[in-house]
Design a protein. Structure first.
Length: 241
């Protein structure tokens, strides 16, 4: 099953649906709480849950390559979730999602520089068409909300850097995927929890919409999404992912 070329594709299709929809609960979340409170609430419980599953599933509880694991968490959890949540406060879910997802192009540059993964042949045409389409959708010449746009772009940089860091770590160390996912997410959510305490805003305005948004974000968007994404990076080169 691991060697099948269709497994990563199937997982990526699932991620498109999971993460594409995640911006809507995110917008609802920051409309009922501060950006950092929402970021901490959607990440910390998710990764505590994954940590709790480790002994139940007899997976290694002790983290390996702690420094690189923390770096991945800092970039893909603290940075990406923190900056994208801040962007959602004043920007729309669609606009923020498109800008934050420019990590898909940034990772091509970082993977080339750091990992030596180069595009070949028709891949350049595909990437070029993708960039043109992205520019036409975002319309940077009509961009409003410069600060929120910069937050979204900062989130993209963090996620791309985190993906490359994952490939570096996996190339140097053999780690259990579930254990690594849980620890990088837990370590990355701690700075968000600290920021939530320091900048609580007006607290949380609970409602049914906020409740289901939080449940989806914790269980599906964060816990399951992170596990699927790291599994894809384990199967294929970063630029292909």
């Amino acid at each position: 099953l691991r060697s099948s070329r269709y497994v990563p594709l199937a997982i990526l299709v699932c991620l498109i649906l999971i993460w594409g929809y995640l911006w809507i609960p995110g917008k609802i979340g920051v409309s009922h709480s501060s950006a950092f409170v929402w970021a901490a609430m959607r990440t910390l419980p998710a990764y505590v849950l994954l940590l709790g599953l480790l002994p139940m599933l007899r997976r290694p509880l002790r983290p390996r390559a702690l420094g690189l694991t923390a770096l991945v968490g800092l970039l893909q959890v603290s940075g990406f979730v923190g900056f994208s949540s801040a962007a959602l406060v004043t920007a729309g879910a669609g606009h923020t999602g498109m800008l934050a997802n420019t990590w898909q192009f940034l990772i091509l540059i970082l993977a080339w520089v750091v990992l030596g993964e180069r595009l070949e042949g028709s891949q350049w045409l595909a990437v070029g068409l993708g960039i043109v389409g992205l520019v036409l959708i975002i319309e940077p010449w009509r961009m409003h909300g410069v600060v929120s746009s910069l937050f979204a772009l900062a989130a993209a940089v963090c996620f791309a850097g985190g993906a490359v860091a994952v490939k570096v770590l996996r190339g140097r160390h053999r780690v259990d995927l579930l254990s690594f996912t849980a620890w990088q997410g837990f370590l990355g959510s701690l700075p968000l929890a600290v920021l939530a305490v320091l900048f609580p805003g007006d607290g949380v305005r609970w409602s049914s919409a906020f409740g289901w948004s939080l449940a989806y974000s914790i269980l599906i968007g964060t816990a399951l999404g992170a596990l699927l994404w790291l599994h894809v990076l384990d199967l294929v080169p970063a630029n292909i992912a």
